[in-house]
Ligand binder design. Structure first.
Ligand code: KIV
Length: 272
């Protein structure tokens, strides 16, 4: 099988920082199960994110808020069984990091122990810095997440582009610097203007990973169901579809139904 990279060494948080230093872009996608993680890993992807977008694409919820720590652990463990080379990051779900650093650390340790993941991702800036510090001080690598933060959707009331005005853009830059200072190894920037991504990325020594944040981030992430076209009902401007698996899968299932109904399947060669 051919992969984009010949480098089979395990991807580490340190190597992501080195990639930024030499200007090599970082590839990241979400996965939630063993089979998908195996495919992404063997294709040569750098980072797999076990996102709480599992709530949307695996469970069918409208928001990411209902996701529980047990559900994230289940998905994280499944992905770890399939990922050998890629760095695996698991999202801390809504409500597990909310201004009580000791409690956040307890959840973070449980996530690391029970998933075997390499790192955690946490949404938020200044408000969650004490929690993030506590977790990093305990030896757990943390990726930040700024811009559109889906766990705060009820506060925003919209999934529109964030930080278009100066006040919000200034706060985002300040938060990004705080996340770097506290020891995060990188951060996701979601749905912000491309020029703001450029400013933030040039001010940081740690990598930024964009989603709907333009070309200047140090890497890119997409939800795998969206980029493979499994999801038909989600078409934001930033999404590029690399396949139409919805059609491929529908036609395959229709073919199977037809063959079963017509008694074409199974034939003699498919029977014992
Ligand atoms: O949960 C998720 O999939 C994410 C990505 C969209 C960055 O946080």
């Amino acid at each position: 099988m051919s992969t984009y990279t010949e480098d089979n060494r395990k991807v580490t948080t340190r190597r992501l920082i080195e990639m930024k230093q030499r200007g090599e872009k970082i590839s990241m996608l979400t996965a939630y199960d063993y089979s998908m993680a195996s495919i992404l890993d063997q294709a040569g992807l750098d980072v797999i994110l076990v996102g709480d977008s599992a709530s949307n694409v695996m469970v069918g919820n409208i928001t990411t808020l209902p996701m529980t720590i047990d559900q994230m652990i289940y998905h994280g463990r499944s992905v770890m069984n399939g990922a050998k080379r890629a760095l695996v990051i698991v999202d801390m779900p809504f409500g597990t990091v909310s201004g009580n650093p000791l409690k956040s650390l307890e959840y973070a340790i449980r996530m690391m122990k029970e998933t075997g993941a390499d790192a955690l991702k946490i949404e938020g800036g200044e408000e969650v810095i004490p929690d993030i510090k506590k977790i990093i001080d305990a030896g757990i690598p943390v990726m930040g997440h700024l811009g559109l933060m889906p766990q705060s959707i009820n506060k925003y009331g919209t999934y529109n582009v964030r930080a278009k005005d100066n006040a919000e853009a200034d706060k985002l830059i300040k938060d990004a610097l705080l996340l770097q200072e506290v020891g995060c190894f990188g951060m996701v920037l979601e749905k912000i203007p491309a020029e703001l991504t450029k400013t933030v990325s040039s001010q940081l020594t740690i990598p930024t990973i964009g989603i709907g944040a333009g070309p200047y981030a140090d890497g890119q992430v997409l939800v795998v169901h969206d980029m493979l076209g499994i999801n038909k009902n989600f078409s934001p401007k930033f999404l590029r579809r690399y396949a139409d698996l919805h059609t491929v899968m529908t036609e395959a299932v229709q073919g199977y139904i037809k063959d079963v109904k017509s008694t074409d399947f199974p034939n003699d060669n498919e029977s014992y």
